[in-house]
Design a binder for this molecule. Sequence first.
Ligand SMILES: NC(=O)C1=CN([C@@H]2O[C@H](COP(=O)(O)OP(=O)(O)OC[C@H]3O[C@@H](n4cnc5c(N)ncnc54)[C@H](OP(=O)(O)O)[C@@H]3O)[C@@H](O)[C@H]2O)[C@H](O)CC1
Ligand SMILES: [K+]
Length: 505
Amino acid sequence: MKILSAAQTRAADAFTAEQENIPSLALMERAASAFVGWFENKFYTNRVQPILIFCGPGNNGGDGLAIARLLYQHHYPVQVFILPAAHTYAPDFTANLQRLPDEIIKTYLHTKTDCPEISDKTIVVDALFGTGLNRPLTGFITELITQINSSSATVVAVDMPSGLFTDAHNKLTDCIVQADYTLSFELPKIAFLLPGNARYVGDWTIVPIGLNAEFISQIESPYFFISSDIPATILKPRPKYSHKGTFGHALLISGSYGKIGATVLSAKACLRSGVGLLTVHCPAAGYTILQTAVPEAMTLTDKEADFISELPDLSIYNAIGIGPGLGKHPATRQMVKHLLNTTQVPLVIDADALNIIAEDENLKNALPPNSILTPHPKEFERLTGKAENDYHRLDLLKEFCQKHSCYVVLKGAHSCIGTPAGAYYFNGTGNPGMATGGTGDVLTGIITALIAQQYSALDACILGVYLHGSAGDIAKMEMGEQALLASDLIQNLGKAFLKCSYLTK
Ligand SMILES: NC(=O)C1=CN([C@@H]2O[C@H](COP(=O)(O)OP(=O)(O)OC[C@H]3O[C@@H](n4cnc5c(N)ncnc54)[C@H](OP(=O)(O)O)[C@@H]3O)[C@@H](O)[C@H]2O)[C@H](O)CC1
Ligand SMILES: [K+]
C-alpha cells in the first residue's frame, strides 16, 4: 500500500472528485459515514456518554459536522463546538453546517471561557485540523487542546490528531491532540508510523473512502506500508518436482559462550522458513546444544570453544547470515573483517556483527552490495550517528542505504526497510509482545532462509518482516503479549506462511 504526503492526498481527493464526478461534499459524506460505521462498532452500546465534537474551519471540521449529523440520526447525544475561521470556512464545511439538525446544540468557541467542561465520561471527537494543517497551532486553540489532553475523556481523532503534521516533523513543544484512537481515511499517513508520534495517534485504523485507485497507483511516493497486499504477491509456491537443492543452502555464523540460544533460535527460524539446507558455524561449545536442539541443521565448529575466530569454506553457500549471539572478541572482529574483505556474496547482518561493523568505517565501506542489515534503533545509531528526530532518522536510513548499496531493516513497532533506491517500506504486522529477547535472531534466520531461496534482497526483507510480525500476531491470539517468547514466533511461522499463501490465491 502506498503512503501519500498531505499534498498528494489532496491531489487524489481532487482527482477523484473531478474524474469520477463525485462532488467533494459526497466524498466528505463517505468519509463521515465510514467514521460513523467504525464508531458504532467501537462504542455500540453507548448512547449515554456525551459526545463532544470539536470542528475546525476546514474540511476536517466539515467531516466533524457531517459526523455529528449522522451520529445524531443514530441517537447518540452529540454537541458541536466550532472554531472561528481566520478567513472563511471551507465550502463543504458551510454546506454541512446548513445540514446540521437544529436539535444539535452548537457553540462557537471564541475564548477559553466558551470551552465546555470535559468530564471523564465524555467522548471527544477531534475534527479541528486534519491533513490541511500548515503551521504549528497557536493561541486559544492550544488552550482548548491542553484542556482536551488533560481530561480523562476518550478522544477519537478524525483523519489526523489535530496539530500533528501528516508528513513533517513537529517540535516537541507543538501542541497536539493526544488521541486514544485515530480513524483515518483511505491510506496510512507517514506520521502514524513514527515512534515519537505514538502518544498522539493512539490506536489507528484506516477506512477506505473510494479515492481513485488508478491515480494513487501512478503517484510517485518513496513510502509504502506493508499490509497483506505486497507479501501476497512475493511469496512463491514450492514446485512439485523440487528437492532440497531447489531451496538453497544457507550458512549461519552465530554464537558465543552463553549465547548459543540465539544461534538455536536463528537456526530454527531459518529452517521453518523453507531453506533447503542449513549449516551453522558456531563455537565448539555450541556443538552438542545445536545437534540436540536443531537436528535438521549441520554444525561446523570453530577451533575456539567460546567464540568464533575463523571462517569455514564459504563457496558452497548461497546465503550467509551472521551476527546472532556473536559477541565481540578480538578474534571474532578479525573474522568479520576477513569475511567482509573476502566475500562479495550479499550478507544478512545482525546484532554484534553490526556493532563490529559500526566501529570501523572501512568495514562499512566493505559491505558486499545488496547486503541486508537488521539493526534495532540503538544498533542503527551506532552505524549512522544519533538522529535528531524520527524524520531525520529516515534521512539517515536513506543516506546509509544509498552510500553502501544495502538494505536496512530498522526494527521497531513498524519496522522500516530502507533501500538503495531511497524507498521506505513500513511493516504493518507485529505487536508489543515481540519486544523480548531473541525475536531479532528469529528475523535473521527468516531473512537468511528467504535469500537462500533466491528471493531478491527487497522481497526477502518485505516478506521476512511481514511473516515475522504475522507469526507474532498469531502467537498473541493464543497467549497474549506478556507471555510471548521468541520461540513462539518460530512455532507459528508455519501458520504465518499459510495465512500469506491463502492471500495469494
Ligand atoms: N481525501 C481525503 O482523505 C478526504 C479528506 N477530507 C477531510 O479533509 C481534511 C483536509 O481538509 P483541509 O480543508 O484541506 O484541511 P484542514 O481541515 O485540516 O485544515 C485547513 C484549515 O485549517 C487552517 N489552518 C491550517 N493550519 C492552521 C493552524 N496552525 N492554525 C490555525 N488554522 C490553521 C487553514 O486556514 P489557513 O489559515 O491556513 O488559510 C484551513 O482553514 C482531511 O484531513 C479529512 O478530514 C474530506 O472530508 C474527504 C476526503
Ligand atoms: K482531527
